[in-house]
Write a protein that binds this ligand. Structure first.
Ligand code: AMP
Ligand code: MG
Length: 345
């Protein structure tokens, strides 16, 4: 299959968005920009189209997709209950990087929910994404547009690298602003639960909902028999080809330990202020100042991908404090490292 690359989409009125919407309506796959990362979309109400997402990504069938909508009211056809907390979250954070898990309406195909009784819904803050969903006239089911296991794509070229020949089209809307995927919060029963940290912080959720539980899989490696509530959290993910180790703790101490550990064939990811201190290897990437986790989130996946073109044997990385969007950055780093973690404190 030839993958069409729609370069430099010029805002929501670009006529190529209607072409892409026609592809979605006829059962095809279109990758599109969002504020978090690029998504790989299909008509969420068409089971055969949704199945093709799993084939294109090599995604395990038990990992559900998020249904993307362009207006709040569209949530009503996807869910069987809409608690007031969901409306409050939507009012505060939509359009934006937040996915809300709710009981699914019977009409949502099991291919979208992976057979769960719940569905994840999100209204993204990206004009091209919103125009595509509107023009398609259907909710769009989409996971991130990477091959399963690889870091999520934050540019259209990353998508093209992974998906060329496997999908009908890529809409190029520039670099993703947030850089990590949406926050996932479950309102499907009991106390609200954070299933995946992302662009909306735990602190922001708590300011609105009061107590929010944090799923164990957010911070820790699960045992073989434990099941996370966001099935995506059980897979090694976001991973560069070379094995990776996180060094956590006070930044002055972690950078010293990394300098002891790293040899000339290893990669290093460090806070910007330490960039010039690393002379042990040429393969060093600064991912933002230690006090700026938003910047780290923005650069993280691009940096992880960049190591795949370098002859590195092992990657060592610093890790931000688990506050604000730092919780999401730390979570992605831990998963990229397969929970290989050295603590210096
Ligand atoms: P991605 O953004 O590529 O990671 O894919 C969507 C994510 O949303 C995956 O981690 C899924 O496990 C998660 N997800 C989607 N629907 C649900 C649901 N109903 N319950 C829990 N997690 C979900
Ligand atoms: Mg993904």
């Amino acid at each position: 299959m030839q993958t069409q690359f729609f370069a430099h989409i010029n805002g929501e009125s670009d006529p190529r968005i209607s072409e892409a919407a026609e592809i979605i309506r006829s059962g095809g796959l279109v990758a599109f920009p969002t504020e978090t990362v690029y998504g790989l979309g299909a008509n969420a109400l068409d089971p055969d189209a949704v199945k093709r997402i799993f084939a294109a990504k090599g995604r395990p069938a038990d990992n559900p997709l998020i249904a993307h909508i362009s207006e709040f009211e569209e949530i009503r056809r996807l869910v069987s209950a809409l608690p007031p907390e969901a409306e409050a979250l939507a009012k505060a954070f939509w359009p934006g990087p937040l996915t809300i898990i709710l009981p699914a309406a019977p009409s949502v195909p099991k291919e979208v929910t992976a057979g769960l009784p719940t569905v994840g819904v999100r209204l993204p803050a990206n004009d091209i994404a919103l125009a595509l969903i509107k023009a398609s006239g259907v909710p769009i089911a989409a996971p991130s547009a990477n091959s399963s296991g690889k870091p999520s794509p934050t540019t259209a070229m990353h998508v093209y690298d992974d998906m060329c020949g496997r999908i009908e089209a890529v809409l190029d809307g520039g670099r993703s602003g947030v850089g990590v995927e949406s926050t996932i919060v479950s309102l499907a029963g009991g106390t609200p639960k954070l299933l995946r940290p992302g662009g909306i912080s735990l602190e922001q959720l708590e300011s609105l909902l009061g107590k929010v539980e944090v799923d164990k899989a957010v911070r820790e490696k699960l045992g073989d028999n434990e099941k996370p509530l966001a099935p995506g959290m059980k897979y090694r993910h976001y991973a560069p080809k070379a094995p990776m180790t996180l060094v956590v703790g006070d930044p002055e101490k972690t950078i010293k330990r990394i300098m002891e550990l790293a040899g000339p064939n290893d990669g290093v990811i460090c806070f910007d202020e330490y960039f010039f201190r690393i002379t042990e290897t040429p393969y060093v990437r600064g991912f933002g100042h230690s006090s700026h986790p938003e910047e780290q989130a923005k650069r993280l996946f691009r940096i992880l991908r960049s190591f795949d073109c370098l002859p590195v044997e092992q990657i060592y990385s610093q890790c931000p404090e688990e506050k604000g969007i730092g919780l999401a950055v730390a979570n992605r780093l831990k998963k990229a490292a397969g929970f290989s973690i050295i603590s210096v404190d």
